[in-house]
Design a protein around this ligand. Structure first.
Ligand code: ZN
Length: 314
């Protein structure tokens, strides 16, 4: 109880529970890539990915593999979250190589569905255009099936089960208030999920707004079910480059602030990027090099690890 009170005082109350902090007192920095295509990338006119999230192009696959090699070479791991439809592609050798390097791969649903959708039209663009794919089932059933199918595809094509779950799109309050979705994930064997992306402004990458948002991105357990949430830390590549249309330098500045904030506070930083987006804007891996360098410089106080390791340490 004392611990919880301390944490609440340190980080402010989270939606649905108190923030948790790792036992060892080290800052835990996760580098995560969501494996999907992103609208407006590589060119602004490109929107057909909404219907083909899993059709990763050559560039995104190569960027993922090179990023995995880079982070591994610097002693860390890169946590991937995979849209199941990627596994329909002809060649998945690059994923097998990533797995052989020891990087974890989690579930990001089969079609990038909105797990909070309650209306058929809100499930995903593909189902909007082709509503018969719903087979007349309620959204909750289609969503649960979309998650289960990804786990099955991973087992069949990659020979491994999913390491965790990340919701497509981040939600300002995560899954708070949706005990049904939390329970569905627990029922499918997920002990933690990454579904919260705190609301924040991108007008000024200044200490005040970022620190507040980073505090809101600390792990906590949902009050309804005790499901562990490991939020995504701001600022994501999509938020920076698509929504705010930042130049790379500004993104790097915000990333540096976030990692240094986490190291200072011995907190969690969950870097979120997409090879389909970051790979276009940052082809030389400046963001990943920056994170690795910052953690190396503070090796006594910080480490790079997967979200599963963060979950185990809480
Ligand atoms: Zn996504």
């Amino acid at each position: 109880m004392k611990r919880r009170m301390f944490l609440s005082a340190a980080f402010g109350a989270a939606a649905g529970g108190s923030h948790l902090r790792a036992q060892s007192g080290k800052a835990r920095i996760a580098i995560t890539f969501d494996l999907e295509m992103s609208r407006h990338f590589p060119t602004w006119e490109t929107t057909h990915w909404d219907y083909e999230k899993g059709h990763l192009n050559d560039h995104a696959r190569r960027y993922s593999l090179e990023a995995a090699r880079l982070v591994k070479g610097r002693g860390g791991v890169l946590h991937f979250f995979l849209v199941g439809r990627v596994l329909e592609q002809e060649n998945v050798d690059w994923l097998k190589e990533i797995i052989a390097m020891g990087h974890p791969i989690g579930n990001h649903t089969y079609d990038h569905v909105d797990v909070l959708a309650t209306q058929p039209k809100d499930v995903q663009f593909r189902f909007q255009r082709a509503p018969w794919l719903m087979r007349g089932r309620p959204p909750a059933e289609v969503i649960a099936d979309n998650i289960r199918m990804t786990a099955e595809a991973m087992r069949e094509r990659l020979g491994i089960g999913p390491n965790g779950f990340r919701t497509p799109g981040g939600f300002a309050e995560g899954l708070a208030g949706r005990a049904d979705v939390q329970r569905m994930l627990l029922d499918q064997g997920y002990a933690w999920c990454s579904g919260k992306y705190p609301r924040h402004s991108t007008h000024r990458p200044d200490a005040e707004y970022l620190a507040a948002a980073l505090e809101q991105a600390q792990p906590f357990r949902y009050a309804e079910t005790e499901l562990l949430e490991i939020p995504m830390s701001p600022v994501s590549d999509i938020h920076a480059f698509r929504s705010a249309r930042w130049p790379l330098a500004r993104f790097l500045e915000a990333t540096r602030y976030g990692v240094e904030w986490a190291i200072r506070n011995r907190a969690v930083y969950d870097f979120l990027a997409h090879p389909s987006c970051l790979g276009v804007v940052d082809p030389k891996f400046a963001a990943l090099q920056l994170i690795c360098s910052l953690v190396e410089r503070h090796a006594d106080r910080a480490e790079i690890c997967g979200l599963d390791a963060i979950a185990r340490a809480l």
